[in-house]
Ligand binder design. Structure first.
Ligand SMILES: Nc1ncnc2c1ncn2[C@@H]1O[C@H](COP(=O)(O)OP(=O)(O)OP(=O)(O)O)[C@@H](O)[C@H]1O
Ligand SMILES: [Mg+2]
Length: 256
């Protein structure tokens, strides 16, 4: 991380972002600036627009208004694969893995797709090529070295989420958009995944994480954005957000 006083180029930036469908604002006027190496938590009730925001940032959806910038480059009209090549990685709320492939094959495909572009997608695996080595390292990092050859569909839910993180690591993503990485996993896996994600942040990754486990978000994030009905309701440190009366009123009796 830079220690200079120069204005840092944000790792990721949303400027006046809007997404409108059928006359309805799903996302409205969202502006967020995320510095390199920062950890931003995103919270908000069901249907607030959190996943839609990720879709706009990653290029799955085109915004109706505003711009997305990655490392200072406007990428608003760039496709998801192009943004991925620029270092943006994203996990989905529901698992996006190939269940019929092994954990290793899933991760190796990500390494290969990142390096080889979108054309030659599958080449027969050779055990010591660069992609295989990177896949093995990524799986070891998430603690799945011993389950690398298991068929992904047969892994526990928590282990699948770890494979998804390994996929991101193998694709050399620097900016990680994690959409509820701990949804539906056991308490043990929440602890393990939290430690894993904290480690990625310590290593210098920029992390933006949507998560309903409030204690996890408050524990990991350096700042928290609260989305409500498609708009940014509040942005601040975890302490500020927990103490924020507007936020509390918006969630009256409802877990954040
Ligand atoms: N492409 C689309 N067309 C129409 N409506 C959409 C589209 N995408 C999302 N929506 C609607 O936008 C709202 C926000 O959805 P989104 O999935 O982004 O919320 P969320 O905050 O991620 O919710 P959850 O916590 O349940 O994951 C919902 O009402 C959803 O039905
Ligand atoms: Mg969602």
């Amino acid at each position: 991380m830079s220690e200079t006083l120069e204005a840092q180029v944000p790792a990721l930036r949303a400027r006046d972002l809007g997404f409108r469908v059928g006359g309805l604002d799903i996302i409205r006027d969202v502006t967020l600036t995320i510095a390199p190496g920062h950890f931003l938590g995103v919270i908000g009730p069901n249907g607030a627009g959190k996943s839609t925001l990720f879709n706009l940032l990653s290029g799955v959806l085109r915004p109706s208004a505003g711009e997305v910038e990655l490392d200072g480059h406007v990428v608003t009209r760039r496709r998801p694969a192009e943004r991925a090549r620029l270092g943006l990685g994203r996990t989905f709320q529901t698992s996006s893995l190939f269940n019929g492939l092994t954990a290793f094959e899933n991760v190796r495909l990500a390494a290969q797709a990142h390096r080889g572009g979108s054309g030659r997608f599958w080449r027969p695996p050779r055990p010591h090529d660069a992609d295989s080595v990177r896949a093995g390292e990524a799986l070891a990092l998430v603690g799945l070295a011993d389950r690398a050859s298991r068929v992904t569909g047969l892994l526990s839910h928590g282990d699948k989420r770890k494979v998804e993180l390994a996929v991101l690591l193998a694709s050399e993503a620097r900016v990680l958009l994690l959409d509820e990485p701990m949804a539906g996993v056991t308490a043990d896996d929440v602890a393990h995944l939290s430690e894993l994600i904290a480690g990625l942040h310590r290593e210098g990754h920029t992390v933006v994480m949507v998560e309903h486990h409030m204690s996890v978000v408050v524990g990991l994030a350096e700042s928290i954005a609260v989305l409500d009905a498609g708009q940014l309701l509040a942005l601040g440190t975890p302490d500020e957000i927990v103490a924020n009366e507007t936020v509390q009123r918006a969630y009256l009796g409802q877990p954040l």
